[in-house]
Design a binder for this molecule. Structure first.
Ligand SMILES: Cc1cc2nc3c(=O)[nH]c(=O)nc-3n(C[C@H](O)[C@H](O)[C@H](O)COP(=O)(O)O)c2cc1C
Length: 356
């Protein structure tokens, strides 16, 4: 069977899976030559975006899918099972590896390290038929892929994201997260998002850094200096128009337990790697989906007056835009397009920092 060296190579590649704010909510354990345990955790205790740990569960799915793809390089089939006695906040995934003479190299293998988020404007060159087909095939049978491509559709999304960003930028619980997850002055970050990958110009970045030093500065800036306008133009309005399309993955069945979100994360990663393979960059736009999870579960997002009413209105706008009912599940929302490779990105913790 596979030796320890092979398992290390597989995990070394798998750790390039994406996670919300590059939190890498996983630790690895090699149990035997045929068994790897992935110990997941989540960030719901400090991150408002990790609603009930679901963004982390999606990241676990991305990791497991990347591990599966990486294993094919060694003729191995990787299958996982959620350990039955594990808690939602600390799910353990037992991955069993078996050798098969006929296992094919997964075509997404070369894109694992190349895949990265692009938060800056992309070209508006429309999707080709081949790109559209590849993306639709990547989602698999359990999801429907809805695309928003025309100028009018992208403008609708831009308006949605404009309103969404106002919530993000005026919500103290979100501020507490933004303060933690940006590594200022950096082009690469092992455990956060480097400043240069946030998607704003250096002047706006310096201003953001100064303003984000305290919540009272943010409040003052927002109230008297239209503080949300510049970042919303650069981070939401322009990128929403400057892309080929927005994609919404809609699960055909309701998302109920941890496993449903893990499966969603697997599909997300297949779509992201496939986008990379057909020459597209991608940026997740998960916050309107996450705010809707709160709203539809009847759970408050913030202690700050007005935030939950705004999230409620945003959810209605989102549902009308995509033609959905309140009970319909939304999974993954993202923009895609052709662009240069980003000059900055999140990198990863070293493998030796990821042992349990
Ligand atoms: C579940 C999930 C949600 C994410 N949501 C967003 C988002 O709303 N906006 C964004 O710009 N990036 C989002 N990201 C991208 C991550 O910040 C990014 O993948 C991570 O920092 C690692 O960077 P890399 O993808 O370039 O390797 C999300 C990623 C995942 C897995």
């Amino acid at each position: 069977m596979a030796d320890r060296d092979t398992l290390l190579k597989i995990l070394d590649l798998a750790r390039w899976a994406p996670s919300g704010d590059n939190t890498q909510p996983w630790r690895f354990e090699i149990v035997s030559d045929t068994h790897i345990a992935i110990h997941g955790h989540d960030t719901r205790d400090w991150c408002v975006y990790d609603f009930e740990g679901h963004a982390s569960h999606m990241a676990h799915g991305a990791l497991l899918e990347t591990l599966r793809i990486a294993a094919t390089a060694h003729g191995l089939e990787a299958r996982w099972q959620l350990r039955t006695d594990s808690r939602d906040s600390a799910p353990v995934y037992d991955v069993s590896l078996s050798e098969h003479s006929d296992i094919a190299l997964d075509p997404l293998l070369p894109y694992i390290e190349r895949r990265t988020v692009q938060r800056r404007p992309m070209r508006t060159t429309p999707l080709t038929a081949a790109q559209r087909e590849a993306l639709a095939a990547a989602v698999g049978a359990d999801y429907q892929l809805q695309t928003f491509e025309s100028t009018a559709e992208r403008w609708m999304v831009a308006k949605l994201l404009w309103r969404n960003a106002y919530i993000r930028l005026t919500c103290p619980e979100a501020y507490a997260v933004h303060r933690e997850v940006i590594e200022w002055g950096a082009r690469y970050s092992e455990d956060r998002i480097p400043e240069a990958a946030v998607g704003v110009d250096p002047l706006t970045a310096s201003l953001m850094r100064w303003v984000m030093a305290s919540w009272s500065r943010i409040e003052f800036f927002n109230r008297y200096l239209l503080g949300t306008v510049a970042p919303r133009i650069q981070l939401d309005l322009i990128p929403a128009m400057a892309c080929a399309a927005h994609l919404l993955l809609r699960p055909k069945a309701p998302l109920v337990g941890v496993e449903d979100y893990v499966r969603l994360g697997e599909a997300m990663q297949r779509v992201w790697l496939t986008a990379t393979s057909v020459g597209l960059h991608l940026q997740p736009e998960m916050t309107p989906v996450i705010f809707r999870w709160y709203v539809r579960a009847g759970r408050p997002i913030s202690k700050q007056a007005g935030i939950d009413d705004r999230a409620d209105a945003l959810t209605g706008m989102f549902e009308r835009m995509v033609g959905a009912l309140p009970e319909d599940a939304f999974g993954f929302f993202a923009r895609v397009g052709v662009s240069q490779r980003p000059g900055a990105r999140s990198v990863r913790k070293r493998l030796d920092q990821l042992w349990r």
